[in-house]
Design a protein around this ligand. Structure first.
Ligand SMILES: *Cc1c(COP(=O)(O)O)cnc(C)c1O
Length: 355
């Protein structure tokens, strides 16, 4: 047959995720750590990989790594689950808590993967849009979950791409207002230095997502994890791909996690560069800068799509949200090295001056 019947109906109208990762001189579009894993840790990684039996299936649950993460967070092994990047766990929450006839509460503008996963699994997406400054419409969210029909909620804190943490008091109220599963996405926790971890003891409906992709320079490896109640984790075990976390990635992540103190200096440098970028961006005429608790900054200016092109023409890749809903004329720049940030600022000042 040289024809094929249509794919599943929930795929109609979905577009494949495209990070628009083009070749550039300065990659400031994907919120990665601008510095790769340092040589000394890299050497340890290489020796660890040498010992990995490639002919054997990996430990499906990555229990060694699970134990390390559990211990670091004062939790038990069964309260931790690894995934093939945080993204896999975001898909698993839609499989385990969503599905036909079920509802996901979304707070746009936010990480687009959440709504895409819901649609893919036939889950209804209920939007409570953020306010003009991109803070959460707390009152409306609490009122909406109070209706009792929401099955899961995801709150990115700090929110991507807008940058700010959610208020802790609001999150605490949310956890009390509903028995929906509440995933707090802490992908940028190492930069925000703020976590909902202490609430796990008293809130069975709280789940926390973290990743190795940002602060720990392992975006290329694919490793993320959730922290939560053991009964919730058990439901995730039912939907996950048994071998999604491969043996090589497990070995790499173990080395990096055990050396995580060594990343602290680089993380602090990113935080201080972020603050410098915030200040300098604020001085560029015609730009609205949104505050950030993370390693990226959202900013808004007239003709943002043209500015994106002009930056790219100078070898600087930032993320274009200028045509995304609720983010008109917005661009997002990831905090790079000092040199990259200087190049970005110089290019932007010049582009704005010549507009
Ligand atoms: C980067 C990111 C993740 C996870 O990314 P992975 O690379 O799949 O671990 C999750 N949530 C948000 C908001 C992110 O920005």
């Amino acid at each position: 047959m040289n024809s094929v019947r249509q794919s599943a109906p929930q795929l109609q109208g979905l577009v494949p995720y495209d990070p628009k990762y083009l070749p550039a001189r300065a990659y400031l579009s994907a919120n990665e750590n601008p510095r790769d894993v340092e040589t000394e840790i890299r050497q340890k990684i290489i020796s660890a990989i040498r010992k990995v039996p490639l002919n054997r299936y990996p430990d499906p649950l990555a229990n060694d790594l699970r134990d390390m993460i559990a211990e670091a967070n004062g939790l038990d092994r069964d309260q931790v689950l690894l995934g093939n990047g945080g993204d896999e766990l975001l898909f698993n929450i839609a499989l385990a808590w969503g599905g036909p006839g079920r509802k996901f509460l979304n707070l746009p503008p936010t990480f687009s993967v959440y709504a895409a996963n819901a649609r893919l699994t036939g889950t209804e997406v209920i939007d409570v849009p953020r306010l003009v400054d991109y803070s959460i419409d707390e009152e409306t969210v609490l009122e909406r979950v109070g209706q009792g029909d929401i099955d899961y909620v995801i709150v990115a804190s700090p929110n991507n791409p807008t940058g700010k943490l959610a208020n802790e008091e609001f999150l605490a109220k949310l956890l009390d207002a509903t028995d929906a599963l509440v995933l707090v996405d802490e992908a940028y926790f190492e930069f925000s230095r703020t976590t909902m971890r202490p609430y796990l003891a008293m809130h069975k409906n709280l789940l926390i997502l973290r990743t190795f992709s940002k602060a720990f320079s392992l975006a290329g490896v694919r490793m993320g994890y959730i922290l939560g109640n053991a009964e919730v984790i058990r439901e995730f075990l039912k939907v996950r791909q048994p071998y999604s976390v491969d043996a090589v990635s497990q070995a790499i992540a173990r080395e990096v996690f055990s050396e995580r103190q060594k990343f602290e200096h680089g993380i602090m440098a990113i935080i201080s560069e972020r603050d410098r970028l915030l200040e300098e961006l604020g001085k560029v005429p015609g730009i609205t800068v949104y505050p950030s608790d993370s390693n990226y900054i959202l900013f808004k200016l007239e003709g943002a799509d043209k500015v994106w092109e002009a930056l790219y023409a100078r070898g600087i890749l930032v993320r274009d949200f200028s045509h995304a809903p609720m983010l008109e004329n917005c661009l997002r720049v990831s905090v790079g090295t000092e040199k990259e940030n200087d190049e970005f600022l110089a290019a932007l000042r010049e582009i704005v001056a010549n507009k």
